[in-house]
Design a protein around this ligand. Sequence first.
Ligand code: GLC
Length: 429
Amino acid sequence: MSHSDLDKQARSILIENDQGGYTIPTRGLYPYQWNWDSVFVALGFSTFDQDRAWQEIEMLFEGQWRDGMVPHILFRKDDPSYFPGPSVWGTDGGAIPSSGHSQPPVAASVVNSLVENDRTGRAPEHAAALLPKLMAWHRWYLSYRDPDKLGVIAVIHPWESGRDNLPDWDEALRAVEVRDIEPYERKDTSHVDPAMRPHKEDYDRYLSIVAACRKVGWDPAKVAQTCPFFVADPGVTFIFLRACRDLLALAERLEAQDEAREIRTWIARMEKGTRVLWNSTVKAHVALDERTGRQTDGVSSASFLALYAGLRDADILSALQAHFDRIAARVRYMMPSYDPDHRSYEPLRYWRGPVWAMINYMIAKGFAEAGDEARAERLRADTADLIETSGFAEYFSPETGAGAGGGSFSWTSAIWLAWASPSHAQEPA
Ligand code: GLC
């Protein structure tokens, strides 16, 4: 298929997955509005309909909780084909039924980029209305996912990381006691091959964490104190730090001085804090279980987001370049979600090996900004190849390039349009 046919197909996937102002990740497997999916989708829409891009983000923020949190799923209507639905979560934090935790905060970064690339003249107005909401969400992260002010962001559930069954969660998850869960029937394994999805033992624990947080009424301070899972995540930490820098740019552009001053203190705290995630044996940033003080021992795709977060230490850059080249010699398509040399790597099981287009986009941005155009371009070209070969799949095998998980996937289409498509790359900036 030619690039322009793929461009057309990507646009029609977004339009078909549009539910009237917000977009589902894919039909069947994910029938609701997901947080970071929607934000990447906005980036995709912005290539052909900027008003629609703003609407996507504004509808996400309609679900913001009173405490500032923006939930990972908004259950705008009941859909029995998805589990766990609203009755399992038992939340009451905002105007729309939702899950009880968040997802990687990419919103401020995309909002800033919508403003920078505005063709409508209406961006400043949209951005000004979103600024206090973004500030509230970022404050929530700092208060309740970094209560000890370490300068790193913890996740209270593997799903909050957006990288659901990453090997980094294994040990912390094993320590979660299976309790207070009703008999249940999974729905994910009826939509896609169970060999690509998390195991039942993991699922029992996912639900036990939900039950524990529900017991404290999803009160964020109590959740931070008592949740059986509390792991600092390099993925969310780096995405958050990057989002803070983009939020600062936005606040400065809007001449919001008080906000800008506050955000600068966040950035300073995070820049210092990320050091606790550095594993000097592995030579990369890894996860840190805040309950036990133990670091994990594997390089994940999020380790490479240090550059996207703006960490400009020459040692970090050269360590990541070395990891990049080592991994590139092991797989055909970059960037596997987990190190292929690690014992936990599995090329087709969800976040234990496969490649995701939107992660490649962020890693490449970081490499390019660090002056490493060659590795950035390698990521773009691999992403384009994967999509040209296997279509708009949820994720891809780094070894064979086979598409896996759900099909006609929204964020894969959005990333094609906004970054990977060769026809996009030829357009003037
Ligand atoms: C899975 C992914 C998560 C994503 C969701 C919808 O749960 O792990 O990151 O947001 O699917 O695509």
